[in-house]
Design a protein around this ligand. Sequence first.
Ligand code: NAD
Ligand code: ZN
Length: 366
Amino acid sequence: MSEPVRICVTTTSRTYDVLVGAGLLDELGRHLAAVLCPDVAFVVTDTNVGPLYLERACTSLREAGLKVASVTIPAGESHKNLSTYGSILSAMAEAHLTRSSLVVALGGGVVGDMAGFAAATYMRGIPVVQVPTTLLSMVDSSVGGKTAIDLSVGKNLVGAFLQPSLVVADVQTLSTLDPYVFADGMGEVVKHAVLADPTLFTSLEERPVTQDADEAYLCEVVATNVAIKRDVVATDEQERGLRQTLNLGHTIGHAIEAAGSYREGHGHCVAMGLCHIARAAERKGWAEPGLAQRVERCVALQELPIATDITPAEILGQAAHDKKRHGETINVVVPTRIGAVEMRTIDFEQFGELVELGCRPMQSEA
Ligand SMILES: NC(=O)c1ccc[n+]([C@@H]2O[C@H](COP(=O)([O-])OP(=O)(O)OC[C@H]3O[C@@H](n4cnc5c(N)ncnc54)[C@H](O)[C@@H]3O)[C@@H](O)[C@H]2O)c1
Ligand SMILES: [Zn+2]
């Protein structure tokens, strides 16, 4: 196996590597032992990922001389709650984990967020290694150190910051994903390209990313996206608010997601939100001509939707609850050309105008 791509992430609390490669699951123990020597490596996975990859991960950890224990939680966002969180903590205590132990999060963003939060709080905090197995968790949730669980009144309301000690992304695991879940991750990939990377954007136009793409291309796309997220997160301390640019497409995307009662995946809603704000920005004269059509085409090439049936009134109703809203104003990230965005604080009336402006796809104007 060729050596993985290594992306070094530096934050105020920790410096760690994100390894991206094909077949890395079998190398997990070796890479982990190079940075940490826990008394027990406790693997948290879910009922979909466990049957596919738990044995391989545990074997690799044991081969590196580590003592291993695990827990399998029910798969899905509906289980990202206090009850599952409690069951993970109980399993950790029953496995006699100490402050010298370590949590390995093997799964998508749900496992990553929950295992990360359990690690952040067990005995006031033990390290976590993220082993993301969805495209979304590889390019987004495993980097940046946010962990959370949902309450019945809202998503991600309880959480903590815990930077991982290591991230190991094996792109071979993407082959078993449901195609819809794979496409969900592509929503965040296109977003990253629009906000920060014209070269990646051109590459997505010329060579849309499919699940059966060759491993080298998948590694390149994942590694590029990890580096984009890393750069935004790392510079946040100096440039307050830069991290907010990662919300591109999210104000409208979240509203579409909530108005549709979460039937559509997050990445699909981000893709629609991204096209929506690009159209609004162009029609408003804030973005260069042609931008919206280019974004729409690129989104469609990744088999993601470019517009929603949800009405502007419904979108506005949902956005009124958005946490990015400050009193009468709302912060929106506006694309100006491929690779550049600006933050605008606008009043809610102007936001309503943007939502109206962005509804209609560009093709109808061609
Ligand atoms: N912490 C952050 O910064 C951050 C950022 C973005 C999203 N998130 C969170 O991430 C979550 C969404 O993550 P997700 O999209 O990865 O969802 P997920 O973890 O629910 O995974 C989607 C589905 O795919 C299954 N699965 C995972 N890997 C698989 C594989 N390799 N093969 C077959 N099936 C597999 C899972 O069991 C699940 O059914 C949300 O809860 C969201 O809030 C967190
Ligand atoms: Zn997102």
